[in-house]
Ligand binder design. Sequence first.
Ligand code: GRG
Length: 296
Amino acid sequence: MEDDFSKALRQTAELMDRELREFLPLNEGLERQLYEAMRYSVLSGGKRLRALLVIQAADLFSVPRLHSTRVASAIEMVHSYSLIHDDLPCMDDDDLRRGLPTVHRKFDEATAVLAGDALQSLAFEIIANAKTHSSAEVRIKLAGSLAQAIGARGMVGGQTMDMYAGDDDIDIVTITRLQQMKTGALITFACEAGAILGHASPPQQQALKAYAHDLGLAFQIADDILDAEGSPEEMGKATGKDAAAGKATFVSLMGLEEARIHAAMLVDQAIKHLEIFGPKADLLRHAARFAIERRN
Ligand code: GRG
């Protein structure tokens, strides 16, 4: 039988598919291919973990779903943009994503760059819209925090470190910082967004931030473990791509067993940070376990 968390994740995925389709109607003009590429990327079956985090964090403060769903859509757009650009020949040069041809393979490279750019812009357009929250202050906080999370001090900075770090530059401290910026910052923003929408108190904000920090790191370690083991998603793709490319990963630096233990410790720590929310935060607790138990 489907457990509460699997049900919530499935419902979030269904909700996101509906919302994202609405934000990205088909276009018959000369820009038709751009819209097709944007839809292709955002509707290709991601897990929607970031969307679930926004919605569940916002639910702690009884934020209307209408609001949290819009922010969740914006985050999924940013996530899609980062994956499209990450797959480009000038970056990771991947042919497959979620078992399907990557956007530059399905369309072309220029379309992939432009689709990523347009998804990022649309995310900010959605956040700035009054339907997302009636308070302009809340909208500004959301936009500012998202910009910070995905810019040079966050995701883009982490991606840059990942691309240009040499073998000798990477130790556990550096890879932790790199991954916190590259994948952790957007995951942290997802939880922070729930707190911003819900006018959370400083201790509540701090608890969610600490939870997201540990969850994000555990998620990335789990990704390295799946990569090293060859997850179902990696079928048809070189196994252990990062390791095969000579890039340091948590697994190459710590070993598989130590990486597993470290990820499990981070999940326990993440769950402890949620104590102040009581049973209301149970789905967030499950989300932390899911980060390391997932198979893709
Ligand atoms: C190119 C600006 C720019 C940024 C790229 C996030 C990122 C930075 C690259 C992603 C590289 C990667 C595959 C990292 C591993 C962890 C990760 C983010 C996996 C993908 O996220 P999931 O598993 O994806 O949540 P789904 O498919 O479920 O949406």
